[in-house]
Design a binder for this molecule. Sequence first.
Ligand SMILES: C[S@@+](CC[C@H](N)C(=O)[O-])C[C@H]1O[C@@H](n2cnc3c(N)ncnc32)[C@H](O)[C@@H]1O
Ligand code: SF4
Length: 363
Amino acid sequence: MRHLYVHLPFCAQRCGYCDFVTVVGRGAQHGPYVDALLHELELERELLAPQLETVFLGGGTPTFTEPRALARLLGALPDAAEVTVEANPETVTQALAALLRRFGVNRVSLGVQSFQPHLLDVLDRVAKPDTVRRAFYDLRDAGFDNISLDLIYGIPGQSPADLETDLGAAIELGPEHLSCYELEAKPGTRFSHAHGGELQRQAETMESYFELVVDRLTAAGYRWYETANFCREGDLDLRSRHNLAYWLGRDYLGLGVGAVSTVDGRRWRNTPRLAAYMEALEARSRPQREVEPLSDEVRRRERVMLGLRLDEPLVLGELAQVVDQDAMKRLAHLGLVRTDMRTLALTARGRFLGGGVTADLLV
Ligand SMILES: C[S@@+](CC[C@H](N)C(=O)[O-])C[C@H]1O[C@@H](n2cnc3c(N)ncnc32)[C@H](O)[C@@H]1O
Ligand code: SF4
């Protein structure tokens, strides 16, 4: 296995829309949590290849982790060709950027979400637009030449002009990579209650927002290489190697509370309860896990679903068993897929319709 994900759950505060495994504050637990991660790494080390391709530290807010604990973790993790850390703008300082560089991080994914104060407020974000820009330049000054920005669209109160402004502001910074996500609001959450009507209205215009994102970013010289992901065109391949591994159906090991792993036809998810996770690892045993066996058929279906999110054609081979050949011809006729019967890709129109077309293709 050549891909390692490490989950750092700590955040300064909780954003209303967020559904990730996070805990607020807990400064005293940052060091012990890193110990637990390193114990888990020891328990699973034999699963890892001698040389990793990617390491990804996600959260939560990895850069909110107490710096000595973060440095200890980065220093103990195996080297990899691509080492990414997710960062919240308000946590980025010159010192933090230098620390990340010193410990071999070569890619930062900055959670911007929006550049506009009224939309950042709706999302309960701490960072102001100037904080985002300063964080970006601090990272550049420290030598980071591979920075990704996350944006969210479909935010309550956002207009198409607001989205244009956000895209323009992001392009102006010139990041190597952008991830643009449509806002997902879990039903039953406080956020959904607070913004119900407006979320409904935004859901109805989501497709036009999506088209706006793709038009604007491709016109600015970004390659739309995955449904929600864009990288700068040029000599270097600036796609996220770690996320590509997920989309190509490769195995990966996830360490940390709530982390998911897929190994040899089995998927497991560590307990999302921080206390239970730490207690198990203090006793040097594996944390409680939910295990799901993945049949060949399930894996093939997943590979089609994820593979069709990419711009490069999917090589069908054994995957042809889960693709409805008649549907493939019909959708090709409608201009939604491209196929020579050996490979399959969605056309631009097909990609805008996304999941619906893929669902039609699966037997
Ligand atoms: C694991 S999250 C956390 C990153 C970091 N803590 C932050 O808040 O910027 C990574 C990205 O997922 C996206 N995201 C999180 N919750 C989302 C939601 N409910 N809908 C759409 N995108 C979401 C955001 O763009 C975020 O930057
Ligand atoms: S900072 Fe990021 S991970 Fe933490 S609550 Fe906000 S969106 Fe979620």
